[in-house]
Design a protein around this ligand. Structure first.
Ligand code: SAM
Length: 452
């Protein structure tokens, strides 16, 4: 059982070994720690305006000194974690091979849940070895009954729409084939939420101009911490970072509605963390938002639009850019965004051809060409619905078609849930700032293609 926490949403200054004494046992849901890595360096960095320099020491007498220091503190952290809680230990190749064994000793080998590789790109020289481009985060749980909230990622570029929409079964030879009903029709499956998150996390390093960058050496991105926190905690849970530095974990916890306890032995670090908490900032990564190499068929504007309307992108099907997440067994809703320099008619034809073979699919073309004469809309294939280039219009259309949609967040959290369209769509609407002003479409509303 988790004990109530007397002291939360605090940042404490001092050695975490002693400061942890003021945290009640079994009271936290997640410990994330990013301690010195045994780099045998002093880490120093100046703020952007060059007025302040932050630093911390990572120089040790010996490796065994370092490991003893860590083991004492990790063992103490373990006492603070409740029965459904977890620990995420961030390290790099300087000592990761020892730290895995240390965590096995403290938590038990059976409590090992994963080794996350945080992968990032950097430009640097590495003469006689591969360029280091990752760090490691070990994930252990306190008990078997740990919280875990699956996160789903987009499909790979080689996944086609059929693989996403249709249920599979094994044939007589054990080969995986698409399931057919008695009439020979493909059987629809859910599975439109993407694939479960892998243990390789491709999250860019903070760029020098990122708003969240505060000039603290080895500052981690809020996005990375948000992912950790979302995976193993719920809103209201308590996140502890005993080596909090500039307070990234605490900022991420706040942004996600979790509570926090931060500790660092440097007063400059805790002051900085408190400053960040007064105005928590997350820098969104354009690279991540778009996905590396994603949307091979769609162009940049289409990508942006599709992401705003929370569809699940698909890559391999000419004519189809995305699938709307709907409950199991519901009709597939397939979307294409009109390209620049592509007529509405050509875009609709392309979607109609690509989507026409998918079992009773609802096909939606997002029209972005403001200058297109509306009479042309009547020539659009009858199985294609047109919608204006705004998220709100898209939602109205889904509502009219009585499509039940799972927003990506909800699809991530709910396994089999069927949501009422109003609740889900209203929550989607709040996250739809995107709008292409479109005078000529003002009165068009939502149009269904007419028979030619
Ligand atoms: C790698 S940095 C953490 C960076 C942090 N994750 C961020 O995003 O800003 C490690 C931190 O551990 C702190 N530290 C080192 N020894 C400590 C100790 N015994 N107790 C508490 N903090 C300590 C250092 O001051 C430093 O801020």
């Amino acid at each position: 059982m988790k004990e109530p926490v007397a002291m939360i949403d605090v940042v404490l200054t001092g050695d975490c070994m002693t400061k942890l004494d003021s945290v009640p046992d079994s009271s936290v849901d997640l410990v994330y720690l990013d301690p010195p890595f045994f780099t045998q360096k002093d880490h120093k960095l100046k703020t952007r305006d060059r007025t302040t320099e932050y630093s911390f020491r990572d120089i040790w007498e010996s490796q065994s000194d370092y490991l003893t220091f860590l083991k004492d503190r990790v063992a103490k952290c373990r006492e603070k974690i409740g029965s459904t809680g977890s620990i995420f230990f961030h390290c790099d190749t300087s000592a990761s091979h020892h730290i895995r064994c240390l965590l096995d000793d403290v938590f038990g080998e059976d409590m090992f849940r994963g080794e996350i590789v945080w992968f990032y790109r950097r430009w640097s020289n590495s003469k006689r070895a591969p360029l280091p481009s990752h760090q490691t985060i070990f994930f252990y749980s306190r008990t078997e009954a740990y919280q875990y909230h699956q996160i789903f990622e987009g499909y790979s570029p080689t996944t086609n729409v059929d693989q996403i929409l249709q249920r599979r079964q094994r044939d007589a030879h054990g080969k995986s084939v698409y399931e057919r009903d008695e009439a020979g029709e493909a059987v629809l499956d859910g599975g439109r939420r993407g694939v479960p998150i892998s243990d390789v996390w491709d999250i860019p390093l903070l760029n020098p101009k990122a708003r969240e960058r505060v000039g603290y050496p080895t500052q981690k991105p809020v996005l990375l911490l948000e992912r950790v926190i979302e995976l193993v905690t719920s809103p209201g849970d308590v996140v502890l970072d005993p080596f909090c530095g500039s307070g990234t974990t605490l900022v991420a916890a706040t942004l996600l509605g979790r509570r926090y306890i931060g500790i660092d032995n440097q007063p400059e670090a805790t002051a900085l963390a408190l400053g960040r908490l007064a105005d928590p900032v997350r820098t969104s990564s354009e690279l991540l938002r778009r996905g590396r190499g994603a949307y091979h068929q769609a162009d940049a504007d289409s990508i942006r639009l599709l992401q705003e309307i929370r569809t699940v992108p698909v890559h391999r099907n000419k004519g189809i850019d995305a699938v709307v997440p709907t409950p199991k067994g519901a009709k597939p809703v397939l979307v294409r965004v009109q390209r620049q320099n592509e007529s509405v008619l050509a875009a609709a034809e392309s979607l109609s051809v690509a989507g026409g073979s998918k079992q009773s699919a609802i096909l939606i073309l997002v029209v972005v060409d403001e200058g297109c004469p509306s009479r042309l809309f009547h020539q659009v294939p009858s199985n294609v619905h047109l919608v204006l280039s705004t998220g709100a219009a898209f939602i109205q259309l889904l509502r009219r078609l009585e499509v039940t949609v799972l927003s990506r967040d909800e699809a991530n959290q709910v396994e089999e849930g069927v949501h009422t369209i109003h609740t889900v769509l209203d929550s989607m609407k709040e996250s739809l700032p995107y709008h292409i002003p479109s005078a000529s479409f003002k009165n068009l509303g939502i149009t269904k293609g007419m028979k030619r």
